[in-house]
Write a new protein. Structure first.
Length: 80
């Protein structure tokens, strides 16, 4: 995936892959996960996850992803 910023491409690629893997734990579908990564998200401030990585906000993105995964686990246990 190409970036806009002029930072280390290898770091960007690693962060993108880590975020994609975490999102795939939710969707269990690589195509949906990739679409989610490039779609502007109102919960992220109308920015796409890939743009967050590009802007140096990887830690905030991962915190958001893990929070959503944890809430999903809690909700799925609650409604079983």
């Amino acid at each position: 995936m190409k970036r806009k910023a002029k930072f280390d491409q290898n770091l960007f690629d690693c962060q993108y892959q880590a975020a994609l893997k975490a999102v795939d734990a939710f969707f269990n579908d690589e195509k949906k996960s990739k679409i989610w990564m490039v779609t502007e998200n109102p919960l992220l401030g109308e920015i796409s996850p890939i743009d967050m990585i590009d802007a140096g906000r990887f830690d905030k993105l991962m915190k958001f992803i893990y929070t959503q995964l944890e809430e999903n686990r809690y909700d799925s246990k609650l409604y079983k």
